[in-house]
Design a protein around this ligand. Sequence first.
Ligand code: PGA
Length: 260
Amino acid sequence: MEIVIVPDAAAGGELIASAIAGLLTRKPDALLGVATGSTPLPIYQALAAKASAGDVDVSRARICQLDEYVGLPPGHPESYRSVVLREVVEPLGLSASSFMGPDGSAEDIAAACADYDRALAGAGGVDLQLLGIGTDGHIGFNEPCSSLSSRTRIKTLTEQTRVDNARFFDSLDEVPHHVITQGIGTILEARHLVLLATGEAKAEAVALTVEGPLAAVVPASALQLHPHATVVVDEAAASKLKLTDYFRATYAAKPAWQSI
Ligand code: PGA
């Protein structure tokens, strides 16, 4: 696992957007797995800026969703489908046909989950999956004690996650209890995992993820199993890591030809 400590969220966004631009140059129709929440927004802004400046051609990029609320009416502005269309697909000038996600309003949620796992595999698998991290260590909506080999399925949010996400809704009561999320096993099939964490509130979860034992109680620690996982953290999110000197020295000494 590579740990990159950046000065702030904007620098993290720029670094990851550059890696995505490099991927799209090598593979123009790469499948990008995108995360929602506040943390990845600087990545999307930096990537859209590169696209508008003509630094990267994103026109053939394909976008897929990591997770989704269950039970919000179709078109709800806080459904993750709406968020991804608004924050990623439209700013990149892509059409909705370049985008895929699980159907959180399906009658048969179990079938929608299985369909989504099949659709990801049918699309050739995810080339680069962006991840945030919950204050409880979740990735996607894989809450603590999720199976490390789980597939896309329905999960129940912890109260902590509902409280963390209430800022996107008018009240806590409106935050759904249930979600569809790519499983940890599903996420681990992506070719490159890039987790961005910013702010002091994520420091404990980051330290447990990177330096703690592999444990289902910290779902993000599953990144330790992946051959190409990159964790990008700002100074605040890095503040509880013990090996920061090593991580900084490693990144500073990285060969110029090697991307994250
Ligand atoms: P946040 O959410 O980026 O809004 O903090 C991260 C997550 O819950 O995965």
